[in-house]
Design a protein around this ligand. Sequence first.
Ligand SMILES: [Zn+2]
Length: 331
Amino acid sequence: MPLSVARVLPGRAGKIIVVCAISSVCAAYLLSHDHTARTEDPDVSLVSKDSAKPAAASPAVPAATSPPATKPPAFTVKHASIEHSFAAAAKAMGVDPATTAILTRAFRGELNFSRDLRSGDSVSAVFDESGDGAAESEPLAVRIVRGGTTHDVFLHKDLRGKPFYYSKDGASTRPSFERYPLEFTRVSSGFSLHRLDPVLHRWQSHDGVDLAAPAGTPVHATARGVVRFIGRQTGYGKVVVIQNPPPYSTTFAHLSRFAKGLRRGSRVSRDQVIGYVGETGWATGPHLHYEVHVNNVPRDPLTVELPPKTPLRADEMPQFKARVAELTALL
Ligand SMILES: [Zn+2]
């Protein structure tokens, strides 16, 4: 029996994405909890991780007192090489777009997908195949191998069933206050107390950073808050000011347009789209002018101290860590 099978799936723009073909033992193999190979999918090579190992002896418990049989978890592990984007690789592995968006944000603290990933980097994901199929597009664990480094995240759902991804130590992958409000290509102008304004041609302070991005790029709230101002201002063009939890407030300027329905007094959640990149006001090209104020004093958004990440609750930790150990062995 072959130990590795490369599954070839059509990718975007006619490109071929090879799922697997990375390690000699991988290829969407199925592992049940007791490491018994399953045979549902004839197209997939089935590999038992330690099939040579003799089965563990059954505990000497009378059958009559055994708990009712529950279906053991069965995991599928998929691998994809990144040919042109994480999103395309995730799609090839069957991850749904909403989950891909959550994962993109989960990895954002460590990786900038538009700058850091190279062709040849790879993604692995563990899926739960023991359920009714609903969870099959939502991986339990995802690893990105970038050069010689690995980056892992693990799924945990809160009491309402909302999915979040955490690093292996149970720290949230996402702070309550994001550093960046959009996927940008570069910092086109930094925070400074004095700079030569390219439009007004005079020295003045620059109370935020300019993040260059194509016109129309969605701009997200960096933390929850209430819209304090939405409209036009000289210089800023179309601008949104959000009052975040004290002592923070944030300003987003030069927008091409606002998010539909957003008005003064609207509550926004972290990551909610509030508008789109443009060049309204005094701007020399499409970019977002972003300000972070602390107690009404502008601070450098790239370095200002932000609230810490919130970890899992202590009582959730033992179960989470056991799961991490189980899933890490599969990645
Ligand atoms: Zn600016």
